[in-house]
Design a protein around this ligand. Structure first.
Ligand SMILES: [Cu+2]
Length: 69
């Protein structure tokens, strides 16, 4: 499980773009997004944290790793 704070994820469009970017990089990844808290939680299948982060960054966002609560 990996969690990112994505402060510039601000609407449903961002949610879709980020979800698709992650699943394009890792087809089996489970993505859970809490838009109100700008929080993206991901259970990757193939990727490491840095690769998931790169996929989100590549979609135009700024993910910051946060500890899992
Ligand atoms: Cu948006």
């Amino acid at each position: 499980m990996i969690a990112f704070k994505v402060q510039d994820m601000t609407c449903g469009h961002c949610v879709n773009v980020i979800t698709q970017a992650v699943q394009q990089a890792d087809a089996g990844a489970q993505v859970h997004i809490d838009l109100a808290h700008h929080l993206v939680t991901i259970q990757p299948v193939q990727l490491h944290t840095a690769q998931v982060q790169a996929a989100i960054r590549g979609a135009g966002y700024t993910p910051v790793v946060v500890p899992i609560l």
